[in-house]
Design a binder for this molecule. Structure first.
Ligand code: DTR
Ligand code: CA
Ligand code: ZN
Ligand code: ZN
Length: 453
C-alpha cells in the first residue's frame, strides 16, 4: 500500500512533537489519499554494493509468521501433526505449492515411498539463470507425529518460502539458477532429501553450486549457529550476522542431523543455519545472545508444544533475512533493469513503550542533486496495536515528513511503502526513520527501513 506524504514544515514538527506529550498526535498535514497500489520494495544495487550484485530485500517477519499460522491450522485440522504419511503433510505441501505456482515458479512434486506411505518432495525452480550453476535452498516440511512441528521445521520451511516469494516480488534475475526445496520424511531419517540426491543424475548433481539447509531457525531460546561446511557459504552467513551485530557459533550437533547431509556426501558444497534443539544454552551463550542459561534452546523439540507459541520472532526474522542475503549474494544476480537504487537498514531497533522516539538511518552517497519527488520509503515495523505509532522520515537537514499518525488502529505491524515528495532535499546524507510509541502497553521494533531513489 502506498501513501503520498506532504512535507511537514519544521514549525509544525515542533508543535506536533509538543502535542505528542499527550497520547494522540495533532493531525499533521494528513497524508493525501493516494490510490492504494502495491509498490513492491524491489531490491536494487545501491552504490555500497559491488557492481553486478543486488542487495537482498528485507524478508517481512509478518509474512513468515503468516505461513506458520497456516501450517499450525493445517496441523490442527489434521490430527495435530504434519508428519510423513499423514494428511497434514500433504496439506502442507499443497499450501506451499499453491503460493509458489501463483508467484511464477516451476514446481515439481517428487513422490517416494517410506514406511509404507507415500512421501513428497516439493521442488521449485525460478525460471532463468545459468542452468549449469544451480544454487539451492531447502528445508524439511514434515513434522514428527507428536505435534505441529512449527519450529521443527515450519520455521525453515516458511523462511525458504518467503525468500522464494521475495525473489518473485523483486523480479530478481540471478546469474545462477535458483532452486528451492521442501523435503518429506526428514524425521524418518532424511528420507526425502536422500531420495532426491540419489535420483538426481550425476550430470545434474555436478551443476549444483551449493545447497543451503534451514532446519529449526526460530527456537524460543535461540542460539545463532552457522554450519561449518563450505567456507564460502559459511562466510556469507557469518558476515551477515556480523553486519547486524550478532555473534555466531559453529553448529556442532553433527553433520548427519539434517537434509544437507546427502548433498554433502555427494560432494555438493553445503551450509546452513540453526538455532538449536534439545541441547542446553550455556551461561556464556546466554551472556552473548540473551535468553535462559541452563535451558534447552527448544524445550518443545519433537513435542506437542512445538506450536506457533514456540517461536522467537527476533531469531526467525534475523535468520530469514540472512537466508535472503545468502541467496542474493551467492547467486550473484542483479534485478530487473533498476528504476532506482535502494539503501536499506535491516538492523532491529527496539521502540520504547510509550516513550522516546528512536531512529533507524541510511546514509546516501555518490548521488547528484536532490532527492526525487516520488521517493519510496520502505517501512517494516513489528509492533502490536500499531495505532500507538507515529512515524516520520527525517531528511539529512532534519526536515520531518510525517508518514503515519497515531490513532485508534488495533492491527499489528506496519509494512508499507510510502511515497514522499523529497524534491526540495539534497539526496546525499543521512536519512532517518523516526518512530515513537505514544501509547501504553504494546511494544515492538523497527525491523527494516529503506529508501529507493
Ligand atoms: N535433526 C533435526 C534437528 C537437529 C538436531 N541437530 C541439528 C543440527 C543441524 C540441523 C538440525 C538439527 C530434526 O529433528 O529435524
Ligand atoms: Ca525482516
Ligand atoms: Zn525434528
Ligand atoms: Zn528438523
Amino acid at each position: 500500500m502506498t501513501h503520498s506524504v506532504s512535507r511537514m514544515p519544521r514549525r509544525t514538527a515542533a508543535a506536533t512533537v509538543l502535542a505528542l506529550a499527550g497520547l494522540l498526535a495533532t493531525a499533521a498535514p494528513a497524508a493525501t489519499a493516494a490510490p492504494v497500489t502495491a509498490v513492491p520494495t524491489t531490491a536494487r544495487t545501491s552504490p555500497a554494493t559491488p557492481a553486478g550484485t543486488a542487495a537482498a530485500p528485507d524478508v517481512p517477519l509478518a509474512n513468515v509468521k503468516a505461513h506458520l499460522t497456516q501450517l499450525q491450522s493445517i496441523a490442527t485440522a489434521n490430527g495435530g501433526n504434519r508428519a510423513h504419511g499423514r494428511p497434514g503433510y500433504k496439506a502442507s505441501v499443497d499450501y506451499v505449492k499453491a503460493k509458489l505456482d501463483a508467484a511464477g515458479f516451476t514446481t515439481t512434486l517428487q513422490q517416494f515411498t517410506s514406511s509404507g506411505a507415500t512421501g513428497y518432495n516439493l521442488i521449485a525452480d525460478w525460471p532463468g539463470g545459468d542452468p549449469n550453476q544451480v544454487l539451492m535452498a531447502g528445508a524439511h516440511l514434515d513434522s514428527v507425529s507428536s505435534g505441529a512441528g512449527i519450529n521443527d521445521n515450519g520455521s525453515g520451511s516458511a523462511a525458504v518460502l518467503e525468500t522464494a516469494l521475495a525473489v518473485s516480488r523483486a523480479g530478481f534475475k540471478p546469474a545462477k539458477h535458483l532452486r528451492f526445496a521442501w523435503w518429506g520424511a526428514e524425521e524418518l531419517g532424511l528420507v526425502g532429501s536422500k531420495y532426491y540426491v540419489a535420483n538426481l543424475p550425476a550430470t545434474e548433481r555436478s551443476k549444483l553450486s551449493g545447497y543451503m539447509n534451514f532446519d529449526m531457525i526460530g527456537s524460543p531460546n535461540p542460539g545463532y549457529f552457522v554450519y561449518d561446511d563450505d567456507p564460502t557459504i559459511e562466510k556469507t552467513f557469518k558476515d551477515y550476522f556480523t553486519g547486524i551485530g550478532v555473534a555466531t557459533e559453529i553448529e556442532t550437533e553433527g553433520d548427519g542431523r539434517s537434509d544437507h547431509a546427502p548433498f554433502k556426501s555427494a560432494g555438493v558444497p553445503v551450509g546452513g543455519l540453526f538455532t538449536g534443539a534439545s541441547r542446553t544454552k550455556t551461561a556464556a551463550q546466554a551472556q552473548k545472545w540473551g535468553g535462559t542459561a541452563g535451558q534447552s534452546f527448544d524445550r518443545c523439540y519433537h513435542s506437542s508444544c512445538d506450536t506457533t507459541a514456540n517461536i522467537n520472532d527476533t531469531a526467525l526474522d534475523r535468520n530469514s533475512d540472512a537466508l535472503a542475503h545468502a541467496v542474493w549474494t551467492l547467486s550473484a544476480g542483479t534485478t530487473e533493469p533498476p528504476t532506482g537504487d535502494t539503501y536499506q537498514n535491516t538492523a532491529d531497533v527496539a521502540i520504547p513503550d510509550n516513550g522516546a522516539a528512536v531512529t533507524s538511518s541510511v546514509t546516501v552517497s555518490g548521488r547528484t542533486g536532490n532527492a526525487p519527488a516520488a521517493l519510496k520509503v520502505g517501512v517494516d515495523i513489528v509492533h502490536t496495536w500499531r495505532g500507538d505509532l507515529v512515524i516520520d522520515l527525517l531528511a539529512p537537514d532534519g526536515t520531518a515528513y510525517r508518514l503515519k499518525n497515531s490513532g485508534n488502529d488495533s492491527a499489528d505491524n506496519v509494512q508499507e511503502t510510502y511515497t514522499v515528495d523529497a524534491s526540495s532535499e539534497v539526496a546525499n546524507g543521512t536519512w532517518r526513520l523516526r518512530v515513537q510509541d505514544v501509547g501504553p502497553y504494546d511494544t515492538g521494533y523497527i525491523s527494516a527501513f529503506s529508501l529507493t531513489f
